[in-house]
Design a binder for this molecule. Structure first.
Ligand code: T5A
Length: 230
């Protein structure tokens, strides 16, 4: 049994983390988790994130996101640190769990590198694609949910929340380029990436995600939504 990798993507403050947690809870409450487990399609449902999904990766995350130091981090250094975090995550966590049949909900993956380091920092996109291939050994998401929100609204949300990290401190035009990157990606990969309107309320965003997940489960497992439990 091979599991499935479902990724949540988008600009800062688009609501990924909130929605990933809500989705995990919904899978339990709605009866999907027990149905998929009972039919033997899924062994367990787990969550993770990039950067920082492993012990080593959490140290890389600190390096990447902590306060800027007097010595500015170079763009290629940043790119390689994200790739190192990913290689560790894929080999040490994602692949072993997928091979045991896990359904994995992951906060960010390869599309973030294309959007942030490619469109945002201006690093050559073909170089990033090559590096993503090396870091992942070709492991792609089975479904990516892109929470589409304009960069300014997302940044306002994160700033209201309190402290902001090194990447959130970049200027608005950087985050607008990142948003253009995600927009281009969904056009290139319409099968893999599903757009979610993230301007709506948390509940309305959650409902769109639930509909998208239900559709994919039907496609992957040929099974219908469990008896209405919510
Ligand atoms: N990065 C990552 C790269 O540059 N390259 C890469 O390859 C990778 C993998 C990672 C950083 O690293 C960069 C991108 C990031 O800068 P992160 O923690 O994953 O850091 O990323 P963030 O986007 O910074 O995560 P956040 O937690 O800040 O934002 P989320 O997850 O998008 O949003 P969330 O759910 O925490 O919500 C933010 C706020 O908005 C509110 C929430 O309550 C919260 O206060 N909110 C809503 N408000 C109104 N309406 C809604 N519908 C709302 N949904 C949530």
């Amino acid at each position: 049994m091979r599991g499935k990798l479902i990724v949540f993507e988008g600009v800062e403050g688009c609501g990924k983390t909130t929605q990933l947690q809500r989705s995990q809870q919904w899978l339990v409450d709605s009866g999907w988790q027990s149905l998929l487990q009972a039919k033997g399609y899924v062994q367990q449902i787990i969550t993770t994130r990039e950067p920082g999904g492993t012990e080593l990766g959490s140290k890389v995350r600190q390096l990447l996101l902590e306060e800027p130091t007097a010595e500015m981090m170079q763009s290629r250094t940043e790119l390689l640190l994200y790739a190192a975090d990913r290689a560790q995550h894929v080999d040490g966590y994602l692949t072993p769990h997928l091979s045991q049949g896990a359904l994995i909900l992951c906060d960010r993956y390869t599309d973030s590198t294309i959007a942030y380091q490619g469109y945002g920092r201006g690093i050559d996109l073909s170089l990033i694609t090559q590096l993503n291939d090396i870091a992942t050994s070709g492991l792609q998401s089975d479904l990516t949910l892109w929470l589409d929100l304009d960069a300014a609204t997302g940044l306002t949300r994160t700033r209201q929340r309190g402290s902001i990290d090194r990447i959130e401190q970049a200027d608005l035009s950087f985050h607008q380029r990142v948003q253009q990157g995600f927009t281009a990606l969904v056009q290139c990969h319409p099968q893999r990436i599903t757009r979610i309107d993230a301007t709506l309320t948390e509940t309305e965003v959650a409902e769109q995600i639930q509909a998208a997940l239900g559709q994919r489960f039907a496609q992957w497992y040929g099974t219908e939504r469990p008896e209405d439990k919510g």
